[in-house]
Design a binder for this molecule. Sequence first.
Ligand code: PNS
Length: 170
Amino acid sequence: MSKTVVCPGSFDPVTNGHLDIIRRASTLFDHVIVLVVINPDKTPVFTPEERVDMLRRATAGMLNVSVDSYTGLLMDYVREKSACAVVKGLRAMSDFEYEFQMALTNKSLLPYAETIFLTTNSQNMFVSSSLVKQLARFGGDISQFVPKMLHQQIWERLGPAEDQSCKEVE
Ligand code: PNS
């Protein structure tokens, strides 16, 4: 029986850490759906359409990976797609409490579906979308943290305006 899993997240924007997890999940399961979950309480930098587009470009070479977006409960989507599990990356102990709470809540909503955690590789241990956003805003080099083909797009949206430092001095 073909096994579909869902990799959910905000992906605002997608990082190399996310891609590593998606790539590894794609070697373990028949079909991976990367799901941009829209949280009406958050104010993301990139629109859902932009995030889906960036993920599609970054995963274009992964043939059993597709990208979708959704507003609502993750487990409703998992049920709708007949997926067997949710796959998430776990970076450090600091992620654990929140992820554990989510996994238990999701299990109570849909008992047959598992949450599977893949540990990030040591290179991506500290990489997050928030870190990328903060780095870019202050002119830091984000190239090693985001996919090469998206670097320019992310930089153009997040990087500091060219004349910002002059304005500060004046
Ligand atoms: O990348 P993020 O922001 O850490 O992803 C969090 C996400 C989107 C996976 C999580 O917030 C989520 O699953 N949201 C959907 C709503 C839901 O199902 N919540 C859990 C039950 S309360």
